[in-house]
Design a protein around this ligand. Structure first.
Ligand SMILES: Nc1ncnc2c1ncn2[C@@H]1O[C@H](COP(=O)(O)OP(=O)(O)OP(=O)(O)O)[C@@H](O)[C@H]1O
Ligand SMILES: O=P(O)(O)O[C@H]1[C@H](OP(=O)(O)O)[C@@H](OP(=O)(O)O)[C@@H](O)[C@@H](O)[C@@H]1OP(=O)(O)O
Ligand SMILES: [Mg+2]
Ligand SMILES: [Mg+2]
Length: 359
């Protein structure tokens, strides 16, 4: 009997496709029975396939309609992930609400989000009352996080003078000193991997008192490549550090809680460790379908995940239960304990260090 193969269609923006769809990933997936097939975004999705699964990162109502049409026509296909669930990450307030709803107990460590307020107009920006409980310095972030270059434009604001340049709607988030290192936790279904990246350096008490300009603008600080370090200000902002990783089981528990709460399979979240406490972690950002190719061994992790979907679909099909079209694979399902090709148990947290910016 011919081997049962599994077709996954992917719909990605050109830049994303270029970084994510590497031959190393396509080849490994193929060797394990999975064919990755590009979806032509110029044609109707419902006319393409057949696909056992559709994986996507595209925006807009037209794309949502296409997915819905496809879902109706292919009720047994799995869509990774639901557009409504993804949209929750497009607003920096709703994005972090799920963190506050998580209930995770850990012996020595705690987690949360930084103090923040949302500002919709200039009037409120200069209204001291709105600011109650929030102290400078703050990071001003666009409220919308829709993947546009604009949505990544941030400013570190040291004092009231810095507020003049801000354009609401924005979120003002307390800047928390964290030793200049950020932890990026990549989630791929039930697989979790944490890496270290350079972040903004701590702000000293002297700087807090206003010796700097009122405001410092930056964008995608943890994403800069060496050849992008052209601005002197960025050099000053960076510092090297041998930071200890957060406890693996703690991070895995948060990742799994977020995955269930968000009903998403493909995302990463940024975590900083509050320098004032040492055992307090703050989640500051969650991104849908992040740059997985930057993660060492991404091919294995992603292929393991594809196999998880395939096995789940086969198993549920055999039991005649069907699959939800928008599937979040259950965390405790034994089927997913696949041992990856390098001998690692794909279900465990892998911790690796990574410093794309060397100063
Ligand atoms: N509350 C905070 N305290 C200290 N540093 C912060 C805080 N919020 C953000 N940062 C720093 O600013 C950077 C950018 O913030 P954030 O991750 O929210 O932006 P983003 O544009 O959504 O990033 P990404 O490229 O990960 O999507 C973080 O990686 C971190 O270095
Ligand atoms: O998906 P895009 O290509 O646009 O970019 C995403 C980028 O991945 P890339 O490495 O592929 O650029 C991610 O980087 P890491 O967190 O993994 O470092 C992160 O910056 C996301 O916020 C971006 O998504 P957006 O917020 O812009 O939708
Ligand atoms: Mg971020
Ligand atoms: Mg982000």
């Amino acid at each position: 009997m011919a081997e049962r193969r599994f077709g996954i269609g992917y719909a990605l923006a050109p830049k994303k496709q270029q970084s994510f769809i590497q031959e190393s990933l396509v080849g490994l997936a193929r060797s394990r029975g999975i064919d990755l097939v590009r979806i032509d975004t110029q044609r109707s999705l419902a006319d393409q396939g057949p696909f056992d699964c559709v994986m996507h990162k595209l925006y807009g109502n037209d794309w949502k309609r296409q997915l819905e049409e496809f879902r109706v026509k292919n009720p047994n296909a799995v869509i990774i992930d639901s557009p409504e669930a993804i949209e929750r990450l497009h607003n920096r307030i709703s994005m972090l609400q799920v963190v506050s709803e998580l209930k995770i107990e850990h012996e020595s460590d705690t987690f949360g989000i930084p103090k923040q307020i949302v500002i919709y107009d200039k009037e409120t920006l200069f209204d001291r009352q709105a600011w109650e409980g929030l102290k400078f310095p703050v990071i001003a972030k666009p409220l919308v996080a829709d993947g546009s270059a604009k949505s990544h434009k941030m400013a570190l604001v040291f004092n009231h003078d810095g507020l003049d340049n801000l354009k609401p709607p924005i979120v003002l988030q307390e800047f928390v000193n964290h030793g200049g290192v950020i932890f990026k936790v990549y989630v791929v279904g039930e697989h979790v991997k944490c890496v270290k990246r350079k972040s903004l350096p701590d702000v000293s008490e002297e700087e807090k008192l206003g010796s700097l300009d009122g405001l410092l603008s930056f964008s995608q600080i943890s994403n800069l490549a060496n050849n992008e370090r052209t601005d002197d200000k960025y050099y000053k902002m960076m510092q090297l550090d041998d930071t200890e990783m957060p406890p693996q089981s703690f991070i895995t528990d948060i990742a799994r809680g977020l995955r269930q709460g968000l009903r998403l399979n493909l995302f990463n979240f940024d975590v900083i460790r509050d320098a004032r406490f040492g055992n307090r972690y703050l989640i500051i950002d969650i991104n849908y379908f992040p740059g997985y190719a930057k993660m060492p061994g991404y091919e294995t992790l992603l292929t393991d995940f594809f196999c998880d979907i395939m096995q789940k679909k086969e198993k549920d099909g055999a039991e005649n239960t069907g699959l939800d079209s928008y599937e979040v694979l259950s965390c405790d399902d034994e089927v997913r304990k696949i041992v990856s090709s390098d001998g690692d148990d794909g279900g465990d947290l892998n911790v690796e260090e990574e410093n794309p910016i060397q100063v």
